[in-house]
Design a protein around this ligand. Structure first.
Ligand SMILES: [Zn+2]
Length: 254
């Protein structure tokens, strides 16, 4: 019976995660358009029909409607279902593998903020100030809820990456945006300076690989900008999950 109870709990946690993912899809659409994201009903961006609860069941609605609006047949991008599935999976994995549920909740909240930020940056090349503030608030909460980073390291972390990044934005136009600088302030306080360096390094590697890839495919020219926020977001979350292990590994290997 214990296993059945566990299965029910796991399915429930996945469903809650996927529902939150569904809400993040709404945020990604509404924040750049400066729409109110609490009030108002969800409607199809193409035909404007108000969506019923039946159209809004995470994952299932998309599968059932084969990725199209029920009313006008416009294609709903697969990204919607991927975000829902990713949030469900992230919630479940954190719940199972993080030793404390407080950690799991905090990490999940950080995951949601970073995912929303990355998607908006990918769409609009802008990092939302509101989401940077949200990450800053979570960073303050993390003083009590973990990860165990001492306050001195957090304070140095505020500037460790963001200050050099700011100088670079002043001198090399278009290299990074101010949004990236603000992101590394919040992330620095969350991770401490060592964790922030790890996060930035991972972000640079991912950005470099992605940039080389798009150049090679001829999709973008050497002068084209691309959103660096998603790369930083991946780096920050990876560092949050295993930054200490990466630092230990680095110092024991080199
Ligand atoms: Zn429609």
């Amino acid at each position: 019976m214990l296993t059945l109870a566990y299965i029910v709990i796991y399915v429930l946690i996945f469903a809650i995660g996927a529902s939150i993912g569904s809400f993040l899809n709404v945020l990604v659409y509404r924040i750049p358009r400066e729409l109110d994201f609490v009030k108002g009903f969800s409607s199809c961006p193409s035909c404007g029909r108000r969506l019923t609860p039946l159209d809004l069941v995470p994952i299932f609605s998309w599968l059932f409607l084969k990725g199209r609006c029920r009313y006008c047949g416009v294609k709903i991008p697969p990204r919607y279902i991927l975000v829902e599935a990713a949030c469900g999976a992230a919630g479940l994995l954190l719940w199972i593998f993080e030793p404390s549920h407080t950690h799991a909740l905090l990490f999940f909240a950080v995951f949601c903020v970073l995912l929303t930020m990355a998607l908006i940056d990918a769409d609009t090349q802008t990092i939302s100030d509101g989401l940077n503030i949200a990450l800053g608030v979570l960073a303050v909460v993390s003083i009590w809820a973990g990860p165990e980073v001492d306050i001195q390291s957090r304070l140095i972390g505020l500037a460790a990456v963001s200050a050099p990044l700011f100088v670079i934005t002043l001198f090399i136009e278009g290299a990074f945006g101010l949004g990236d600088v603000f992101l590394m302030i919040s992330a620095g306080f969350l991770l401490g300076w060592q964790g922030a360096l790890v996060a930035f390094f991972i972000g640079l590697v991912i950005g470099g690989v992605y940039g080389a890839f798009t150049l090679a495919l001829g999709k973008k020219g050497r002068k084209d900008h691309f959103a660096f926020g998603p790369c930083l977001a991946v780096g920050i979350f990876a560092s949050l999950l295993s930054g200490e292990r990466i630092i230990d590994w680095y110092f024991s290997t080199f």
